[in-house]
Write a protein that binds this ligand. Structure first.
Ligand SMILES: *Cc1c(COP(=O)(O)O)cnc(C)c1O
Length: 377
């Protein structure tokens, strides 16, 4: 049996080696290292895949979020509502820009931001909402959009974990994650669903004016060469990374299907086990399984993780500490117990190996090992 990994990029690369190597060689041969044809072609291909007017490539997902907030002209003191159950980047850029992060709890089934909690957190200073499409499934965008319209707020989707997922509207129509609201952000970190071989990110929008402003901000706030009308940043997608992404974008739906195959296998093995809650499948989103996350009940989650490690099976805790209890973000507005759903999840979730290369032998070993622990505890 091949060694089980959380993410197996080596086995995946072996299948696409000739295309990836040729793409990288082409960049070297062209010496168009910065904003070369690979970046421009990838941008167009991603616009077509997502059905969005503008893709603005940038250096990583964290920058995508920061640049979005800068291009929207958010000002120090403006409040931005987001979830406390997320990767820290979401809150980090809010704090870096001296905006005020306002965090709220999540839905216990989808792990995504709770629209009712958003509504309660709105004040006259609120300017934006940042829903995170956590683990590969979209947040309740119709409910969030309705609130945003009512209070004239902008919505920035953090789609770093959900590229390729479909948001499904009540009328049955679909839009890709990150293209439902005014602005969406993604990351091409290697372990993400569309991952490159280093850092990368992108911003999506259908708004021409906003797209122009985003392009100015990622390029040193420059409108005409060497004329800087805004304070910007330097945030570019590397040409080598774009070359890798062009190959992998063509396979993104196939990759999602491979992840779903593994998720279905896990679901079947753990069905009706009172100690394990398998991932919720939302009626308003497809699931691209960035993570396969179980909620454990009445078992020692950390002992389960240690047991899996002893069986050479990696299992991860995403996330052990919510944003409002992180040392750097401690704030007198919040204390332990304020967001009970998130705090419950932080102490009970466990994520299993999830990638495009899991085979049946590995899945059988992972599920039987996990059940061995669960049934003996
Ligand atoms: C990965 C991730 C980010 C940041 O992406 P980087 O490319 O690592 O900067 C932001 N938000 C979420 C939810 C993520 O999972």
């Amino acid at each position: 049996m091949r060694k089980i990994q959380m993410v197996d990029l080596k086995s995946q690369y072996e299948k696409i080696k000739s295309d990836v190597d040729a793409g990288i060689q082409e960049v070297i041969d062209s010496t168009s290292f910065i904003n070369g044809p690979a970046v421009r072609n990838f941008q167009t291909e991603l616009e077509n895949y997502l059905g969005v007017k503008h893709v603005i490539p940038c250096a990583n997902g964290t920058d995508a979020l920061q640049v979005s907030m800068m291009a929207l002209g958010l000002q120090p003191g403006d409040e931005v509502i987001t979830t406390t159950f997320t990767f820290i980047a979401t809150a980090e850029v809010i704090a870096l820009l001296k905006l005020t992060p306002v965090v709220v709890d999540v839905d216990p089934d989808s792990f995504n931001i709770d629209p009712i909690a958003i509504r309660k957190a709105i004040t006259p200073k609120t300017k934006a909402i940042v829903p995170v499409h956590l683990f590969g499934q979209c947040a309740d965008m119709e409910a969030i959009t309705e609130i945003a319209k009512e209070f004239k707020l902008v919505v920035i989707e953090d789609a770093c974990q959900a590229i390729g997922a479909d948001y499904i509207f009540k009328d049955g129509s679909r839009k890709k994650a990150g293209t439902v609201s005014e602005i969406g952000c993604t990351s091409f970190f290697p372990s993400k669903n569309l991952g490159c071989y280093g850092d990368g990110g992108a911003i999506f929008t259908n708004d021409d004016e906003l797209a122009a402003q985003l392009r100015v901000v990622v390029n040193h706030g420059m409108t005409v060469r060497y004329y800087h009308d805004y304070i910007g940043v330097n945030s570019r997608l590397d040409s080598f990374q774009a070359a890798v992404l062009r190959v992998k974008l063509r396979l993104l739906d196939e990759y999602a299907a491979a992840r779903t195959y593994a998720a279905d296998y896990y679901d079947k093995a753990f069905a009706n086990n009172p100690k394990l809650k398998t991932p919720f499948r939302s009626p308003f989103s497809s699931h691209v399984f960035h993570q396969y996350t179980l909620v454990t009940n009445a078992i020692d989650r950390n002992a389960l993780q240690a047991f899996m490690t002893s069986k050479d099976i990696p299992a991860m805790i995403y996330y052990p500490v919510p944003m409002h209890l992180q040392k750097a973000y401690l704030d007198p507005r919040y204390k332990e117990g304020d967001f009970p759903v998130t705090e419950m999840l932080c102490s009970s979730v466990i994520s299993l190996p999830m990638h495009t290369e899991l085979d049946e032998e590995q899945l059988a070993y992972i599920t039987s090992s996990l059940l061995e622990f669960v049934n003996n505890s």
